[in-house]
Design a protein around this ligand. Sequence first.
Ligand code: TXA
Ligand code: MG
Length: 312
Amino acid sequence: MKDLDLAIELLKKGDVVAAPTETVYGLFADSTNDLAIQKVYRVKGRPSCNPLISHVSSVDMAKCIADFSDKALEIAKYFWEINKAPLTLVLKNKSEKISKFVTAGLDTIAIRCPSHPISFELIERFGGPLAAPSANTSTSVSPTSFEMVQKDIGTKIPLTLDGGCCNIGIESTILDLTKDPSYVILRPGGVSKETIESFLGKKVLTASEANITGISAPGMMKKHYSPSIPVRLNAAFPIDNEAFIAFGKTDVSCDFNLSHNGDLNEAAKNLFSALKKFDIPEKYSGIAIMPIPNFEIGVGINDRLTRAAAKN
Ligand code: TXA
Ligand code: MG
């Protein structure tokens, strides 16, 4: 693939490239290159205190940059290699080479192994970890298609690889393995708490159950994923000029249904493009959304919606 050759060339030169993952599009740069990583923050307008996830193409590549206990190794092999699941693991950073801008100065590092063939091949051929936040301007909606990247940061970067629409549609689940005695889900996402607990055979905590706030999860800002018009949650019907987004069967006429069958995976896949599509201040006074069941990937959907609806 010609574009992939160009992407590798750009990354080797210390430039940035947007590419699809199975969750959302990411803005990739060499995790070991300070200038490249600083460029990522600049393009996104992201505060430098918010660390980035390093993406690897194998457990072996991850072992070069983080300390893995036997249990951590078992988790990585199961979720990354066998299940191809969007799980980010937070581990102790052990590499001197990783840019301090990637970890925002923390002694831990977030790592995941994307299953999308384009980002996977990008990392594999680059031959080392690539840091990537979602490929959007900081605090706005994460892109789940090539077109969404183009409309947002497209003109500020040299290349976006086109991989169509992302299958999962919300970001990876972040599981912190450095917290004792229980592992902690810092961000709900593409892999559910239920799936993680069933593999581990024990409970994991949510960030609020573990009393984790800004300090160990600097990026978990309340306002995020925000359209420019107000978002109203748990709506039964639209008020005034709101765009109405439904979920499942309803008699109320809607502008879009996240999933007619009430399928949470389909709803996650459609979520960000729907928020973007109806973000038209000239036409709508806001976006009203029906309740989404709060289990499995629905927890990740509700997390994004709560942040989208936050006032600050
Ligand atoms: O699905 C995803 O995870 C996407 C794709 C592109 O891989 N990436 C993504 O990155 O969502 P971003 O930058 O939008 O979110 C990364 C989150 C931030 O909330 C950040 O605070 C957290 O990961 N994070 C990164 N390193 C961390 C660390 N060492 N400890 C705790 N949280 C960390
Ligand atoms: Mg993001």
